[in-house]
Ligand binder design. Structure first.
Ligand SMILES: C[S@@+](CC[C@H](N)C(=O)[O-])C[C@H]1O[C@@H](n2cnc3c(N)ncnc32)[C@H](O)[C@@H]1O
Ligand code: SF4
Length: 355
């Protein structure tokens, strides 16, 4: 980031700063630096899923694969309970997880509520379905940031991954939002195209830059990951998909190396377990946004308070995997309940190099 744009970014964020959020952030830094398993802080970042169904069938997305079987929309009661418990501490809300958020008609009301609680809100959408009414409601609700998933500059390339998607419709919907923003004299939502890089579209990286400039929106690249077919990406066993989908160019898989099967985090800790809350449409709390199957949930917000779940036996057991003193980390025989984190392939010390 350029120095002046970094300054602009910092100034923009100051409006979300409160004493409580600042203190929580400071305590969170201590909790994670000391690898406390029982924490005094709340998460600083929130991921909430408005619904887990979708109009498209992206082959590496669990939702695209129609996994998990149970589908639904978050109720306003669940949403309000989450925001009321967490907004005093968290200042950013990612209002998407699995599923297409624009299919949830309550989305603008959710945005409005979170904005009223002084949170910054981002939504990621495939933007195939946008009525004029929804465009108005998103702008009127004061959505901060809209990520548009567009990984191609033609229908032919775009639909290879976004199965069922319509490239021209996405472009028209970006134009519609820009027109509405102009009419309403609103700089929001800030629109960014997100181009997920795969083997079949990497040649279009320079073209997406041009397209974004032509449309007057931002853009960024995201590396393609595996998932869907079998399990969450850091747990996948189906490596044949790497050959089929992922770019062999190392530039586009700096994260987990699916070709060499090497965990990419050698040391350190998992930020999700100390700093990020991930909550799906029915209020289930997960350790991170890679995990989605109900059997791996750590609790449900409609049954217990978030505070209780955040420090329960499962959370503490997962955090203990990252103890600084290697001898106090649990192994197969010791430690608390064996959570899904015990199988995570992202961290070298968890999978002992045999990923
Ligand atoms: C599961 S989607 C849900 C939101 C919305 N339906 C969308 O596609 O933008 C969450 C994010 O994952 C991204 N995504 C989908 N498949 C991916 C893949 N194989 N690798 C990396 N990111 C992916 C999407 O572009 C989106 O930004
Ligand atoms: S559009 Fe988003 S939620 Fe839908 S299948 Fe694709 S990545 Fe998954």
């Amino acid at each position: 980031m350029q120095e002046d744009s970094l300054m602009k970014w910092l100034i923009e964020r100051l409006k979300y700063l409160t004493v409580r959020r600042f203190l929580n952030r400071a305590v969170s830094e201590f909790d994670s630096a000391l690898r406390r398993t029982r924490v005094a802080s709340y998460p600083v970042f929130l991921i909430v899923e408005p619904c887990n169904f979708c109009n498209l069938k992206c082959p590496l997305c669990p939702t695209g694969q129609r996994l998990p079987a149970e589908r639904g929309k978050m109720t306003m009661e669940t949403f309000i309970s989450i925001i009321d418990q967490l907004s005093p501490y968290c200042w950013h809300l990612n209002l998407f997880y699995l599923g297409e958020p624009l299919l949830c008609e309550n989305l603008p009301v959710m945005i409005d509520y979170a904005r009223w609680r002084k949170m910054e809100v981002s939504v990621s959408s495939n933007l195939n379905l946008l009525s004029e009414e929804m465009a108005d409601r998103l702008i009127d609700a004061n959505l901060d940031h809209l990520i548009v998933s567009l990984d191609g500059t033609s229908q032919e390339i775009y639909e290879k991954y976004r199965i069922g998607g319509n490239f021209n419709k996405v472009i028209d919907n970006i134009i519609l939002l820009n027109q509405k923003k102009k009419q309403k004299v609103s700089p929001y939502p800030r629109i960014e195209i997100q181009f997920v890089v795969f083997k079949h579209n990497e040649q279009e990286v320079p073209l997406i830059k041009e397209l974004a400039a032509k449309l007057g929106v931002g853009f960024y690249l995201r590396e393609g990951t595996l998932g869907g077919k079998e399990q969450s990406p850091p747990l996948t066993k189906d490596y044949s998909l790497a050959e089929q989908w992922l770019s062999p160019n190392k530039e586009y898989h700096k994260g987990y190396d699916y070709f060499e099967r090497k965990p990419y985090i050698q040391e350190g800790y998992c930020g999700y377990l100390w700093k990020i809350a991930t909550i799906n449409w029915d209020g289930s709390v997960f350790p991170c946004c890679w995990v989605f199957e109900g059997k791996y949930k750590y609790g449900n917000i409609m049954e217990q308070s978030f505070k209780t779940i955040w420090n329960n036996e499962l959370m503490q057991s997962s955090r203990s995997l990252f103890k600084k003193n290697k001898r106090s980390r649990p192994d197969a025989e010791t430690g608390g309940p064996k959570t899904i984190c015990y199988q995570c392939k992202m961290f070298k010390h968890i999978c002992n190099d045999q990923c």
